[in-house]
Design a protein around this ligand. Sequence first.
Ligand code: NDP
Length: 334
Amino acid sequence: GRVLLTGGSGFIASHVLDALLDAGFSVVVTARSEEKGKSVVESVKPHLLSYVVVEDIAKEGTFDNVFQAQTPFDYVVHTASPYHLNVKDPVKDFLDPAIKGTTGLLKSIKAHGATVKRVVITSSSAAVLNPDNHAKVYDETHWAPTTFEDAIKHPAKHGYRASKVLAEKAAWAFVTNEKPNFDVAVINCTYVFGPIQRNLPSLEAMNASNHRIRDMMQGKMRDGILPTRPVFTWVDVRDVALAHLRAMTVPKAGGNRFYVVGGHFTNKQIVDIIRDKYPSLAGRLPADAVSDLPDDVYNFNNSKSREMLGIEYTSLEQSIVDTVKSILEAITPR
Ligand code: NDP
């Protein structure tokens, strides 16, 4: 089968790509420049892989010629969406690329991608959780109440969350209203740790959710560990990648969202794992780390992802060990 994978230069996408290629799919990734596309293709050998440049997913009709010019696709996996911490304009930086990027892609598939059977979309636990009034136990029935107006009023607090929940709602509305040729499955993964992508140009370009691990390794928390909040749950990127693959291939996954979460964590646990497994880094770590997991922290129910997608969640220790290893490899001259 043939898959179009959007946002191919990204962290999660790099692991989705590995999972797709391992499973024997041929893949076309979208990347924002020739340079990024080439670096993804060169990072994977041998490959049934090519790239196409899609500079800005927010641009109207930008995916049309991808479907017109390429050999027909069987599946589309949509990971591209902004996830960073330097928001200036919430509409330009988050809402437009997330929402218009998703609906634009679905429109182009409906118009020009008749062979596509399923679209898997990377949403987020940001589209599930309600931090101002947490549920006791979250599952796929929960929806973040965040609105467009929230994002405009408080870009730093709500911009990203609004972009994810509104993009996901727009996708489900598209399916209901447009009755397209394909069905949709959604991955609502929580905060993701795991090995950085092979083609990462620099540690500054690292995906946001691995920053705290990098920062600890660089000694930035030596004199004081940062609080774990506002996120207290995590998942390994390889589990997230497998969830995307299975959501694509398991017939009954269509029409479902999957809350993909591996466990609770604190920054203290991460520090302890790094100190224990990488003693040479101990001098850069805070000595007095304390656990700051609230007693009443929200819980999660990940049984749907385990039962329908067969995900067996990676341990925090394994994930941190492998993440640190990948960062050390990236900074060690070859
Ligand atoms: P990355 O920043 O590594 O990947 C994001 C990708 O989207 C990059 O390839 C980026 O391209 C691309 N992208 C962003 N904006 C645009 C745009 N306007 N036009 C075209 N491409 C764009 O982050 P992740 O891998 O972590 O995130 C991937 C997906 O997973 C996102 O949808 C994110 O919301 C979701 N997610 C991530 C979580 C996490 O903890 N990491 C948790 C839950 C969900 P470029 O780098 O060239 O800008």
